[in-house]
Design a binder for this molecule. Structure first.
Ligand code: GUN
Ligand code: FE
Length: 477
């Protein structure tokens, strides 16, 4: 089967599954059978199937006419990663300008690069490589910011759609407070271009897994009148998500409150313009006051935790445990190129470190055993944030983020074997390869932790979205 082949029969995977369950638990399921129907949805799942019983189980499901994919020893399946916040046009800037904090970084490094996407041909070439790289990093659902340019952002959505990735693509709204060559000329042109992008994305050829998302960049780059009109678009269309930044940097918070003196807080700026609700994805949320945390909870807005960026731009440490204790939806974001890696694996590693910093500085009371604040995030929580947590932030928890009959098969076939070419990762002895053998859940947990902390795209062998094989190391080699 080649990556672009359309699946026309039932495909059944046999091997270990890792299935996120809640903020604090996951299921380690060795020797599972997972059947994917031709429409890309999971048909059925069976656990603890001994190799000698595979054919019997298939027969019981009436599934003998199947393509059976038996994983090798050292391979396992996890849900695909959800990147709840990234900037596609900043990928060419990865690793540069990291001496700056946010506002200088935007002015000196970021806006000049984004301005280049006025050239739609440049955008097409750049986005083709960028989206492929993000898919091969294991991101099956991605919340993309484009630039202010309509044509370039249309290209981004077209490319995402042609690869078959699940995504939200937004054109940045920025009508003031920016560079003279990187700002929209008026509220009306910003709104017209936004409406044009929404229509364009919704008319892309099916199967279409890309959706438009309203993208007021952040309060500082939008006039009140622009945000009010975007809020009206959102309230008229209950399927539209909204993505923006909030409370990332202390100086940004100060200037925001200066620009909107009538607001009682940063979160209140978005709220009074109709932009804070259950479909809102807020990146960073580092310096929120308790009143803002309560408001986010009341509105059921989601947070994208972007720890790599938060460290790299010296923005601060997001109190993810506290947000989770307050019942706020949280997922992970790479925030390229504030973050220097397009891989959610890096975000997982830095989310772990961030939680350890909080635990060192503000340790939980030993008696607070069921809360997250002041504790390091366990493996189950880290995987949850990268998958099911991100799906909840995007309002897609019924479709993706974990495995269950009826959900889409958005998944990664991961390998921790020694033959992946990743020298940093302990591998399974090659002599043990090729035959599926009985795997214990303890062994699977070791593989998972090794992968999350030392793996990279060489270990992500296959990337599936809606049952279609769209990328991974096996495809690009
Ligand atoms: N705030 C406004 N724009 C941006 C951006 O591009 N990246 C980050 N990290 N923060 C922002
Ligand atoms: Fe960002």
């Amino acid at each position: 089967m080649s990556p672009t082949d359309t699946v026309t029969q039932l495909v059944v995977f046999y091997g270990p599954l890792v299935n996120p369950k809640s903020t604090s638990s996951l299921l380690l399921l060795p020797n599972s059978l997972l059947a994917v129907a031709a429409n890309g949805e999971i048909d059925w799942i069976e656990h603890n199937v001994h190799p000698s019983s595979v054919q019997d189980v298939l027969a019981r499901h009436g599934s003998l006419d199947t393509l059976l994919i038996a994983l090798k020893h050292g391979e396992f399946i996890i849900p695909g990663f959800v990147d709840t916040h990234t900037h596609a046009p900043q990928v060419p800037n990865i690793g540069s300008g990291q001496q700056y904090e946010l506002l200088d970084w935007l002015k000196e490094v970021t806006f000049p690069m984004e301005a280049r996407f006025a050239d739609a041909d440049f955008a097409h070439r750049a986005y083709t490589k960028i989206v492929e790289r993000i898919i091969n990093s294991g991101t099956t659902t991605c919340c993309y910011y484009g630039t202010i340019h309509l044509e370039a952002t249309k290209k981004l959505a077209e490319i995402v759609n042609s690869y078959g990735q699940r995504a939200f693509v937004g054109k940045c709204n920025m009508d003031h407070n920016s560079l003279h060559d990187y700002v929209e000329p008026s509220v009306s042109s910003s709104i017209d271009d936004t409406n044009a992008l929404i229509s364009h994305i919704r008319s892309l050829p099916s199967p279409r897994l890309v959706e438009p998302v309203l993208t007021p960049r952040f309060a500082m780059s939008c006039s009140g009148s622009l945000m009010t009109q975007l809020g009206a678009i959102a309230s008229a269309d209950p399927s539209l998500r909204i993505q923006t930044h909030i409370s990332e940097n202390q100086e940004e918070v100060r200037q925001t409150l200066e620009l909107f003196p009538e607001a009682t807080s940063y979160a209140d700026v978005y709220d009074r313009h109709g932009l804070l609700g259950p479909r809102t994805i807020l990146a960073h949320a580092i310096h929120l006051g308790d009143d803002e945390i309560a408001l986010l909870k009341e509105r059921d807005a989601g947070v994208s935790h972007c720890p790599t960026s938060n460290f790299n731009l010296r923005s601060g440490v997001c109190p993810v445990g506290k947000l989770t204790d307050h019942g706020i939806k949280v997922g992970l974001g790479t925030d390229v190129s504030g973050g220097f890696s397009p891989s959610i694996l890096t975000a997982i590693q830095h989310a772990s470190i961030a939680s350890k910093i909080v635990a060192i500085q503000h340790p939980a009371e030993p008696s607070a055993t069921t809360s997250f604040a002041g504790r390091q995030l366990p493996l189950a929580t880290l995987l949850y944030l990268a998958t099911l947590g991100g799906a909840r932030v995007c309002g897609l928890e019924d479709r993706i983020g974990s495995f269950a009959p009826g959900k889409a098969f958005d998944a990664l076939v991961v390998s921790v074997r020694g033959d992946t070419g990743n020298p940093g990762l302990w591998g399974v002895d090659l002599d043990e390869a090729l035959n599926v053998k009985h795997v214990e859940s303890k062994e699977l947990e070791v593989w998972l932790e090794r992968f999350l902390f030392t793996g990279d795209d060489r270990n992500i062998r296959r990337v599936y979205v809606q049952g279609q094989w769209i990328g991974g190391a096996e495809r690009i080699r």
